[in-house]
Design a protein around this ligand. Structure first.
Ligand SMILES: Cc1cc2nc3c(=O)[nH]c(=O)nc-3n(C[C@H](O)[C@H](O)[C@H](O)COP(=O)(O)OP(=O)(O)OC[C@H]3O[C@@H](n4cnc5c(N)ncnc54)[C@H](O)[C@@H]3O)c2cc1C
Length: 377
């Protein structure tokens, strides 16, 4: 049955459904590989582990529902490289992402027709975009990239993991991990032993993943409009379907969906204690003010948007490292575990690309990159 990523959620609900629910299964007593977190990273790693090593057992433990973190709420812009640009040994992220989806049989409406960088600095001739926003925003560059349907990507990866024999268990928040002869993962109603563990919890459970104080979580806000008419899309320069993001400030990003609605984003909210973004309710003062300001900004961009109606508002967690490089490291407490995440707002293609790399590293077939390293505490 189709379902929303997170119904009645303090972070709001995005417009796309996630039309796969893993069948309920008991917690296995032990597995070869346990993955904590059912977002793009964890689900891609699980599917890949079972593809490469069908004789090994794999369990994904997801605190609430698959896609409940950033993955079910993402903007859906598919971007090349990482937030820190290209990195040694990273490879061609977009090519790899498309190949992974092909091999796992995931159809998520991926189109790679390019992405626009927009800015206010240069007077560019023949820009399809001319928007008023602290100056005039125009297309200043086109880079490799594209769009996809995030709900279909979450569902597709979860289905691929399930079909290959990984156990995906929802409503299984890992509360603590004890390290002795492998790992013991404790959830509210029991525990599971694992030889090796992948922490794919991104901007949540930072104490568990060893990232507290090493990376900064934020709630990122996004809002979707009603479907626009073709003449409106043409007037604002978005009939090509290319996503866009600003290269100067104030920041703005967005993309059209297949029904001609537009997802827009701008704005990061910090948690009251700076660590636990699950404390934030998007209807509270600061996020509510930021949504009102984003929507007004969009209506002022162009006369064709003056009366546009917003149908969905939501937020999701992202995690930043000071140097903008992803974390891809041994867990500070154990050599038998990997922590992977902190892609900033640049994790749609990268999460699956690195999730697959993590699977290969867990199987001892690949080394971790130096740039993802975190120091033991
Ligand atoms: C609003 C928004 C817009 C974005 N737009 C873009 C974009 O357009 N392009 C782009 O490239 N990137 C974008 N990003 C970033 C991208 O979505 C993320 O980098 C990516 O989804 C991260 O995937 P993940 O699997 O690593 O993390 P997540 O999807 O956050 O998954 C982590 C999972 O771990 C689970 N979890 C946490 N703690 C526990 C625990 N203790 N036990 C069990 N499970 C736990 C959570 O419930 C969650 O499901 C955006 C992010 C947001 C929030």
């Amino acid at each position: 049955m189709p379902r929303s990523a997170t119904p009645r959620d303090p972070w709001g609900t995005p417009p796309w459904p996630i039309d796969f629910q893993p069948p309920k299964q008991p917690l296995p007593p032990s597995v070869d590989f346990a993955i904590i977190g059912g977002g793009f990273t964890g689900l891609a790693a699980a599917a890949w582990l079972r593809s490469l090593a069908p004789e090994k057992s794999v369990a994904v433990l997801e605190a609430t529902r698959i896609g409940a973190g950033a993955s079910g709420r993402t903007g859906g812009m598919v971007l090349a490289e990482s937030a820190a640009g290209d990195l040694p040994g990273l490879g061609d992220v977009l090519h790899s992402f498309a190949e992974i989806l092909k091999q796992l049989g995931v159809n998520c409406d991926l189109t790679l027709s390019g992405a626009w960088e927009i800015g206010r600095r240069d007077k560019v001739e023949n820009s399809p975009i001319e928007w008023k926003d602290s100056g005039t925003l125009r297309v200043v560059n086109e880079v490799p990239g594209g769009t996809l349907d995030p709900g279909r990507l979450v569902a597709g990866l979860a289905r691929a993991a399930h079909q290959r024999g990984a156990v995906v268990i929802e409503n299984a928040p890992v509360e603590r991990v004890e390290w002795s002869r492998g790992a013991e993962l404790h959830v509210p109603n029991g525990f599971l032993r694992a030889e090796k563990v992948l922490f794919a919890t991104n901007g949540l459970s930072l104490g568990l993943s060893g990232l507290e104080g090493r990376a900064e979580p934020r709630l990122t806000l996004a809002a979707a409009t009603e479907p626009l008419r073709e003449d409106q899309l043409q007037a604002i320069g978005l009939s090509h379907g290319k996503p866009f993001y600003t290269v100067d400030f104030p920041y703005l990003w967005g993309r059209t969906r297949s029904d001609n609605s537009i997802v827009w984003g701008a704005g990061l909210v910090a948690a009251p204690d700076s660590q636990h973004v699950e404390q934030i309710d998007i209807s509270s003062n600061e996020p509510a003010r930021m949504f009102a300001s984003l929507e007004q900004r969009v209506r002022n961009l162009h006369p064709a948007l003056a009366d546009v109606h917003f149908t969905h508002r939501w937020g999701g967690p992202i995690l930043f490292r000071e140097n903008w490089k992803p974390v891809f490291s041994q867990h500070p407490a154990s050599a038998n575990s990997i922590v992977l995440g902190a892609y900033a707002g640049h994790g749609v293609a990268l999460s699956a690309h690195l999730g697959v790399w993590a699977a290969e590293a867990l199987l001892g077939r690949r080394e971790l990159p130096d740039w993802g390293h975190i120091e033991p505490s």
